[in-house]
Design a protein around this ligand. Structure first.
Ligand SMILES: Cc1cc2nc3c(=O)[nH]c(=O)nc-3n(C[C@H](O)[C@H](O)[C@H](O)COP(=O)(O)O)c2cc1C
Ligand SMILES: Nc1ncnc2c1ncn2[C@@H]1O[C@H](COP(=O)(O)OP(=O)(O)O)[C@@H](O)[C@H]1O
Length: 305
């Protein structure tokens, strides 16, 4: 049996696609959605698809899109920032036991595809025997296809499971709700929707000498990440498998992704150029910092740990 430790295969598809080249693939259960955050609602879809795949002996596959449709449909708006940029989303799917991940490049041409053509050229061409998506899933030009049309189109060809709304306190668990919590600095409320603390990844771009028992690191974060509102946060930083308690200050420069200055407690390792996973635990103060110079910052600010 394919277990959760099996390496997931990622397949990028650009429209008009080369699906015939992968047409030899096995029959599958296909979960559909953008899945930004891979939150508790998304996990409901993914777990249902996985259970169906395992019980029928099919592959457990996911189709997602990149970039976000908004960036293509409304190009004059600010580019989208993500809760899970693609590399992190791929990791989450791998952890959930996905066999094959299809990442369809969302382009103006792809957006024009009718719901019927999408079913023919993607869902059926990928040997989907069963499709799983949420009650509010839309597909095809102008989002005209919905779970009712999908169920009808599947008759005699593929089964469709519609997952009903997964809620918390009578509100749909959604990536929008998580983005709103981040915008309000309420990172401590995020785990109830996301299933874990909000996480951003970056690399140490500068590190300080040890100061008392602390080390300061300046971390560059991929500009695709959505950051919580400016301020000072209690965080945990994981570097090379070790977890350090820390305080994170966002150092903002107008118009740019803020750099993060993280004060790490009892970290004596050489962190320079290492990858850091920052888990955002609690907002502690709303002070905004205007300098990007670590040394200047350390001299100017009071230590907060
Ligand atoms: C073939 C195809 C064409 C689409 N065309 C449009 C479109 O013209 N306008 C639109 O707002 N969304 C369009 N979408 C996006 C969907 O409405 C939806 O956002 C996307 O499938 C991700 O679903 P999710 O946001 O429910 O996860 C299209 C989706 C697909 C699969
Ligand atoms: N709370 C939820 N309950 C049930 N299905 C959901 C929920 N949230 C998302 N889905 C489903 O998960 C898939 C991805 O949805 P997406 O639009 O990316 O999520 P969100 O609404 O959080 O932005 C879709 O099939 C959608 O219908």
């Amino acid at each position: 049996m394919k277990g959760d430790v099996q390496q997931m295969e990622t397949i990028h598809i650009e429209h008009p696609n080369e699906i015939p080249a992968i047409a030899g693939s096995a029959p599958c259960v296909l979960a559909l959605g953008f899945f930004d955050g891979v939150h508790i609602g998304h996990r409901g879809i993914l777990e249902a698809a996985k259970a169906a795949a395992r019980s029928k002996g099919y592959q457990f596959n996911v189709m997602t899109f990149y970039p976000h449709p908004k960036d293509i449909l409304f190009p004059s708006q600010e580019p989208m920032t993500y809760l899970t940029p693609l590399p992190l989303k791929e990791e989450r799917f791998q952890e959930l036991g996905v066999d094959r991940l299809f990442i369809v490049k969302f382009t103006p041409d792809f957006a024009q595809l009718s719901p019927e053509a999408f079913i023919e050229r993607y869902i059926l061409a990928l040997h989907s025997k069963h499709v799983v998506a949420g009650f509010d899933y839309h597909y095809g030009h102008k989002g005209k296809g919905n779970m009712e049309t999908l169920t009808r189109a599947g008759t005699g060809k593929f089964e469709v499971t519609t997952i009903q709304k997964i809620e918390q306190k009578e509100e749909k668990i959604s990536s929008t709700a998580i983005r709103e919590l981040l915008a309000a600095g309420k990172v401590d409320k995020v785990p109830s929707l996301l299933g874990c603390s909000y996480e951003t990844r970056g690399r140490v771009q500068k590190n300080s000498l040890f100061y008392k028992n602390h080390q300061f690191i300046k971390v560059d974060i991929d500009k695709e990440y959505r950051l919580p509102k400016l301020g000072i946060y209690r965080v945990e930083a994981e570097i090379e498998g070790r977890v350090y308690k820390g305080i994170c200050h966002q150092m903002s420069v107008a118009g740019c992704q803020p750099s993060l200055l993280v004060q790490l407690k009892e970290c004596f390792a050489d962190t320079y150029a290492k990858q850091v996973n920052i888990k955002w635990l609690k907002y502690t103060a709303g002070k905004q910092n205007e300098t990007t110079e670590v040394s200047e910052y350390i001299h100017k600010e009071e230590l907060v740990i």
